[in-house]
Design a protein. Structure first.
Length: 168
């Protein structure tokens, strides 16, 4: 199977101010694209996992990046390197989704410390992407758990996740 991926970030904003005779505007546009062809080298990826998941009140799950998750065709994926992680927390969630901080065999080389976590507020997203050959290494049985936690102790929470990476 072949995998071609394009990660596109587009930010457009405009600051305006009404002056006496005119309106002043300062438009701001940023567009960045990372393209990944099929393969396991720099600017390449060959594995993808995507899902919409729901966690119970205060619950967490450790996503095993090495040999447990499946691709859209039901084939098991074993990431050797992660090139992109995208997480979107549903707007209806009552509190944030936490990313990171697994209790053991943490997937950690994308943060400074094994206990580091990122809070993704309801309606917000988290995106981490790199086209480099090194990517973010996954070590089966050593550094392969990505923990996702529902910070809402009273209600369930839903999130979307996509992980793109390489098998070698």
């Amino acid at each position: 199977m072949a995998l071609a991926s394009k990660i596109v970030l587009s930010i457009t904003s405009e600051l305006t101010s009404a002056l006496d005779l005119v309106e002043s505007a300062a438009p701001h546009t940023i567009k960045k694209t990372i393209s990944l062809a099929t393969g396991v080298a720099a600017d390449q990826a060959d594995l993808i996992f995507s899902d919409q998941r729901t966690l119970g009140a205060g619950a967490n799950e450790d996503l095993d990046l090495a040999g447990v998750l499946t691709d859209p065709f039901g084939q098991t994926v074993t990431f050797a390197k992660v090139k992109m992680i995208y997480i979107f927390a549903a707007a209806a969630n009552g509190d944030y989704i936490q990313v990171g901080g697994a209790a053991a065999t943490q997937f950690v080389n994308w943060v400074a410390d094994a206990t580091d976590k990122v809070n993704v507020c309801p309606g917000g997203l988290f995106l981490l992407a790199t086209p480099t050959l090194a990517g973010y290494a996954v070590g089966a049985g050593a550094s392969d758990f990505l923990r996702i936690t529902n910070a809402d102790g009273a209600a369930g929470a839903t999130y979307d996740i996509v992980i793109i990476g390489t098998s070698a």
